[in-house]
Design a protein around this ligand. Sequence first.
Ligand SMILES: [Zn+2]
Length: 373
Amino acid sequence: MTRPVAKPAEILRDLVAIPSVSSLSNVPVVNYALKFFQGWNVDRYPYTDPAGTAKVNIIASMPRQPAELALVCHTDTVPFEPDWAEAVDPQVRSGRLFGRGSCDVKGFLACVLAAISRVDPKALAKPIAVALTADEEIGCIGAKFLAKKRALRARYTIVGEPTGLGPVRAGKGYALAEIVVHGKEAHSAFPKRGRSAISDAARIVLRMDRVARKLAARRNREFEPPYTTLNAGLIRGGTAKNIVPGECRITVEWRPIPGQDPAWPAELIREELRQLAARDDGFHAELEVKRLDPPFEPSASRELSGLLESLTGRPASTVSFGTEAPHLGGRAETVVFGPSDMTVAHKSGEYVPIADLEKCVAYLESAIRHFCG
Ligand SMILES: [Zn+2]
């Protein structure tokens, strides 16, 4: 089989045309990518998701791990509005390629595939690896699966995400929790026979502002905003207009800054719940932490971020969104990097500038030659 043509925009068109929303199997996208890894050592890490859908992570290495440089990219995308016709029928206009995943993060994947096809991997002095993961958009599940098996080992790791082609060397973590408030149902004509879980939830929501203020007092100036943010994003409670609500649930997320225990906000919330319960026998609520992804801590080494700074002319920065970096970075110096910008991701009209794709391929090729050459 001949090596495919290495034009990133053409590769990206093919990738966008293969739907890979997290609810679908990512196997077709991975199989497409595997055409670029003829002769590489490919390790497959398949699993079945809770809906019974086949998922696969792969690590392609040349010749074998540990790698000097690893490139990491997720293969799934967020869902799209059914009326966005270009979502899986990619179109080019005004130098931009539009389609679901063009920005997050098939654009980077196209660049990785183009870059590796421009070097002769057999001629490299030091090993290289490429990791393709599943289910990043629904909680970095593929990356966590690989991390548990310590499957990726590298000295330097580039994790693809849209960073506007600026190197990112630290990021906030991500935590998700639910507060369950227990009341007592009663006919609303006789409210004293019950206890409103919604009223108790309202007290808790007001206390969340106090927690947010405590979090905002501990600053890390490398971030914007420079502290751990807290959001009560969902509230669900009650069953009918004429029933005193028996239960209410508040979904809370926080994004911990590096250098801070990501479980600290949970402690602060639990302390507020304890205080409310101490004053009122009937008050009953608990916090259940569903997800606790650590922050992406900056590395002491700056070799990779320094190289990307000099290649791109952009200073290294930080991001406030979660990535696979804290899971797959391991002991490697890890940088998050990729074309387009997160502000255009996760919405209809997502795109990547084609000029960014070409630049990204050149930067990746330079990084491969620098570390593995
Ligand atoms: Zn992404």
